[in-house]
Write a protein that binds this ligand. Sequence first.
Ligand code: NAD
Length: 307
Amino acid sequence: MAQHATSAALIDGKAIAAGIKNQVAGEVRELRAAGLPIRLVAVLAGQSAAARVYAENQARTCTEVGIEYSLRELPQTVSQEELDALLRGLAADKTVTGIMLHMPLPPQINAQQSQYAIDLLKDVEGVNPGNIGHVVYGHSIIAPCTALAVVTLIESTGISLRGAEVTMIGASRITGKPTALLLAERGATVTICDINTRDVAEHSRRSDVVVVAVGKPGLVGVGHIRPGALVIDVGINRIAVMDAAGKETWRTVGDVAFEEVRRVAGWITPVPGGVGPMTVAMLLRNTVRAARLVYGLEKPFGNSGPD
Ligand code: NAD
């Protein structure tokens, strides 16, 4: 672990993500040259403005690296049967190498049921409960993007996870739990905290690494962090602040009280510019992995088979 610094080293998610994006662009070019195009289809059901902005950004990012991206839009009134039938059709379509389903979905849709309909090999976000389950076996076919982003950011610092004490604050099925499992798979001793934990700080204060994925601004303060620890902030919260002219405006912050925690931590990820861009980079990497699986260039369980 790093010595207690006067100010934490920033883990620059944006820069690391840019390097991965370049790498992905090279891999996409090679596949294309071999006559193996990567085709990602995103499904957007309903009228969520946030999902639409995300879809537009994604389209641009995919185009930049040479991934063919198309968006299938369904009305707010779409039924579970219609949505699941579309997803199954994409699974059967040999020209499609990747599938993703935008959240949030209209209220009549059971998200988990639809995620089951995403082909396991084409599931670029790693959200099919089958793919999340494979993480337990330590041989993930395609793991959830944010969990992969967290692991990659920690490993970018060069610290060893083997034997490290890690506290994972937040235990959602799509972020907290898979992240904890990927870290445990690398030899870390992981404590998972959620809303029921009696004293989160008691656990996090003795940890070498603290990962926070809750969705509450300022939840983790200086009292939660051991001097020199590595802090990964997954949270994305929009808060109202006053600008210099006294006008109300919006700012994006994480779950960590950044300014106070950076004074004691050894490393810290900023929000924005930390986990967010890395999650996008992992989505691109997963999209290439999915295409390689679909084209039979890689095996779902690696070459040694499941353990
Ligand atoms: P979620 O709402 O599904 O789960 C929140 C978890 O936090 C639950 O396990 C809950 O028990 C726990 N929790 C709530 N209050 C707590 C408290 N006081 N102490 C300890 N644990 C508490 O959330 P999610 O989907 O995992 O997302 C969490 C945050 O991460 C959100 O802000 C979300 O926007 C963000 N997120 C960011 C990215 C990214 O790319 N950066 C990706 C996914 C999620």
